[in-house]
Design a protein around this ligand. Structure first.
Ligand SMILES: [Zn+2]
Ligand SMILES: [Zn+2]
Length: 445
């Protein structure tokens, strides 16, 4: 009977250790009043899955919605919570993988010890108690060993200097509209700021009445991409930073801005963008606000953009053509002594935070801070306001340095026809829905 007692004791020791190894901590959540699509929800953050945030209400009911549906003030703490939980989960996964690897040989030893003990037991009946005591102690130590897992640290790789020929490849398909050069510090991208290989403006349903004109991102006003990227010790989130200026440059030299405006609104979701993810700013400067994934067709396995912290932005594939690997909370990962982001069709579209160090313009506080160096856009007329109910239905070139934009309001067509000459005189003709036309000339300084 003593044999059975000791066997039970040994099993008890093993299981108590295994159980202890899996006790985890969960952060305490207190109730908060969230505003989801202008509706108040009193509850606490439960989890995030497939881009949806789940809130458990006081009555126990669970509601879910996309992060961008929440009011801007709660988006930041929520995204921090999500990032924190992802980090914890990644650590747990690494710990699990590691302990699984170590448990296997330990169980083999365990079985061996049990067999040996059994053999000893059969041959020498006198020392039964001593053998089992020794066995229990040995098993206890092996079980303990499986729980002593070292903490996993994310090894920071030494970042290699970016080879300018690598960045060259990103802009190579658009050589006819983009000029590039580099020095030891930066890779420079020169462009006039009007895409030549795709149309613009069509599809916008929330329009500020701006149209694309040349910007002169050339010479000392070229875009600058750092060639010696460095990791930031506190990556700045795009939810609360960089709402002014570009955060990345597309292969055709067109700047890419933050997907969110300073009210936390997603430019794509609220209809401000055309079919190519772009629109014009207050200086009639054309830029994208989401990842221009349409460049994947010409990029091959090269990046679809370069971020202004010096890291590349890839589309849906890795540089070797395989599917995108697991991404971190910044929407990127380490790769061959460097780091890169990946783009997708939904928020955050590309980097969620700037993983690399960036210099900030001291004159523009967050969230309207901007990365330096930054090319300047150059307008020719005062900025206009939103035109309610207008949808842009057509945009076409009507000659050299001449465009016609067609929009509809209440089913009636209207136009902005404009042209410029080589003395920088811009002529705008506005044809209203009533058919009345007015012409204004502006001179670009
Ligand atoms: Zn914009
Ligand atoms: Zn990747």
């Amino acid at each position: 009977m003593k044999v059975i007692q000791y066997c039970l004791m040994m099993l008890g020791v093993v299981f108590s250790n295994l159980l202890l190894a899996h006790v985890g901590e969960h952060p305490n959540e207190s109730d908060v009043i969230y505003t989801i699509k202008a509706k108040k929800v009193d509850g606490h953050f439960l989890m995030e899955r497939d881009g949806k945030v789940f809130i458990q209400q006081k009555d126990g009911k669970v509601v879910s919605s996309a992060l961008q549906d929440f009011s801007f003030e709660t988006q930041i703490p929520l995204s921090q919570k999500i990032a924190y939980l992802k980090q914890i989960n990644n650590q747990n996964n690494s710990l699990k993988n590691k302990s699984v690897k170590e448990e296997k040989p330990n169980y083999q030893y365990l079985y061996l010890i049990m067999i040996l003990l059994f053999l000893v037991l059969l041959t020498s009946k006198k020392s039964v108690e001593g053998v089992f005591l020794l066995g229990s102690v040995l098993v206890f130590f092996y079980a303990c060993k499986t729980t002593n897992v070292e903490p996993v640290t994310n090894a920071t790789p030494v970042l290699a200097k970016t080879d300018p020929s690598f960045v060259e490849k990103v802009f190579a398909p658009y050589k006819s509209e983009v000029k590039t050069r580099y020095d030891d510090t930066y890779f420079y991208v020169e462009t006039e700021g009007i895409p030549q290989t795709h149309n613009m403006m069509i599809g916008i349903t929330s329009w500020q009445q701006q149209v694309p004109i040349p910007q002169g991102y050339v010479g000392t006003n070229a875009w600058s991409i750092p060639l010696k990227p460095e990791f930031s010790t506190s990556p700045l989130s795009l939810k609360s930073n960089f709402m002014k200026g570009a955060v990345a440059i597309a292969p055709n030299g067109i700047p890419i801005f933050n997907p969110l405006n300073n009210r936390g609104e997603d430019a794509f979701v609220i209809g401000e963008l055309d079919q190519w993810g772009g629109h014009c700013g207050r200086a009639d400067d054309y830029h994208y606000h989401i990842a221009p994934l349409h460049f994947e067709t010409t990029a091959g396995n090269n990046p679809i953009a370069m971020a202004l912290d010096g890291f590349a932005i890839y589309g849906s594939k890795e540089p070797d053509g395989t599917a995108t690997k697991t991404l971190d909370e910044y929407h990127g990962h380490n790769y061959n002594n460097t780091y890169h982001y990946h783009a997708e069709t939904k928020y955050p579209y590309f980097m969620a935070a700037m993983r690399g160090k960036v210099s900030l313009d001291p004159t523009t506080p967050a969230p309207e801070n901007q990365i330096l160096p930054q090319a300047k856009s150059a307008g020719v007329r005062p900025a206009l306001t939103a035109l309610k109910g207008a949808s842009i239905t057509n945009f076409k070139s009507t000659g050299s340095n001449a465009y016609s934009l067609e929009y509809t309001v209440d089913g009636k067509k209207a136009f902005v026809n404009y042209t410029w000459d080589n003395t920088n005189v811009y002529t705008f003709t506005f044809v209203g829905i009533d058919g009345v036309s007015t012409t204004t000339k502006y001179v670009k300084k």
